[in-house]
Write a protein that binds this ligand. Structure first.
Ligand SMILES: *Cc1c(COP(=O)(O)O)cnc(C)c1O
Length: 379
């Protein structure tokens, strides 16, 4: 079976987890602090705060920005449902806008049309690791005085070109960027997330919110020769990462450049092998973007049926997934009045499929998948 994805975990990660277990401190502690510093250094962010997932990262980001009932947050429906749910958790209203069909990313022109006096933030997703049009979105957010939050769940290791230099996603381009370390992403800690920002006040709020609003963290009290009483300053959450996860994450971070290079090689090979197929649309990488290729999504010609293609591939032991979901079609969102056209989002969900991609995927398997897709298109 060729799986849709496969994390690359080995002895280094297992040894690191073992050491954390045996250290006597397994909740959020020195491994989490080191992981945060190393992540911040890698992406060139002044601050990085580890949390339990990207879903909690997005919620904490919105909460720290003071977004709540009555506020509108513009985002893509065409995303994993956690993007929209994070807005709902805060009691705010998601306003869904359409994507650019070539990159599957939010279209800045549609964002502009959706801005109202109630708009407080934009959550822009770097979908499947492909950087969204940050230059346009940052300018737009600044001009309208709204916060830009990057849902970078899939985008660890992706880059954009800014004034001629390549910068990693996570260097604060927007106000906040949120990452995921779920096993479907490029690096993993089992579950886990990271929030980067350049704003020290926001970082302070993230740290309060992830740990019950506690004024003095347990690590500090534990290490102090004097008795310290803590306060609980705000209604916070328990969104901590454990030291076991962070120890694994530090090893994954060391592998990140290599993992991205290998994924880029797989994507380049798919592009070569599938480039001249009549009616098959390959994902576009803008010249200012370098994807980490968290997923490789192809849009099928109208004449072929998505489900039959997926079934035929599964029958020869190739796993695929349908295109990214649309949140506005799911029960919690279906009854909302959607003000904006979401045609490209729906077409992408109904006509695209994700092909297997992972760092350790062999040349033979890439060729086998490409050949099977070719047979389906030419059937
Ligand atoms: C995976 C994903 C999330 C959720 O990440 P978790 O760490 O699993 O909570 C959010 N947004 C997008 C775009 C994702 O792909």
């Amino acid at each position: 079976m060729i799986p849709i994805a496969m994390p690359l975990l080995a002895d280094e990660e297992a040894d690191a987890a073992r050491a954390a277990v045996l250290s006597g401190w397994i909740s959020q502690g020195s491994e989490v602090a080191a992981f945060e510093q190393e992540f911040a250094a890698l992406v060139d962010a002044p601050f990085a705060c580890a949390v339990s997932s990207c879903t909690t990262a997005l919620q904490v980001a919105l909460a720290a920005l003071g977004i709540g009932p009555g506020d509108e947050v513009i985002t893509a429906s065409h995303s994993f449902i956690a993007t929209a749910n994070s807005i709902k958790y805060q009691g705010a209203t998601p306003v869904f806008v359409d994507i650019d069909p070539d990159t599957y990313n939010i279209d800045p022109d549609r964002v502009l049309e959706a801005i109202t006096p109630r708009t407080r933030a934009i959550i822009a997703v770097h979908q499947m690791g492909m950087p969204c049009n940050l230059a346009a979105l940052v300018a737009l957010a600044d001009r309208h005085g709204v916060a830009l939050i990057e849902d970078a769940a899939c985008a660890a290791g992706s880059r954009i070109q800014v004034n001629g230099t390549w910068e990693r996603i996570g260097k604060p381009h927007g106000r906040v960027a949120c990452f995921s370390f779920h096993p479907r992403k490029v690096i993993t800690t089992g579950e886990g997330g990271m929030i980067t920002t350049a704003d020290p006040e926001l970082d302070r709020k993230f740290r309060l919110l992830r740990q019950h609003g506690m004024s003095v963290p347990d690590t500090v009290r534990h290490g102090s020769p004097r008795v310290i009483f803590e306060d609980y300053l705000v209604v916070g959450y328990n969104y901590r990462m454990t030291d076991i996860q962070a120890a694994v994450g530090r090893k994954q971070l060391e592998r990140l450049p290599e993992l991205v290079a290998r994924r880029r090689a797989v994507a380049a090979r798919y592009a070569e092998l599938l480039g001249n197929l009549e009616g098959l649309r390959l994902p576009a990488e803008p010249e200012w973007a370098r994807s980490n290729w968290q997923s490789y999504c192809v849009c099928l010609p109208d004449r072929v049926d998505q489900r039959s293609v997926m079934q035929n591939l599964l029958d020869i032991e190739i796993a695929t997934r349908r295109g990214i979901m649309c949140s506005h079609r799911e029960p919690p969102y279906v009854k909302m009045r959607h003000r904006h056209e979401l045609r490209h989002s729906e077409l992408a969900q109904d006509h695209s499929i994700l092909l297997p991609i992972y760092a350790q995927m062999s040349q033979e398997n890439v060729a086998f998948v490409a050949n099977a897709v070719r047979n389906e298109i030419n059937r």
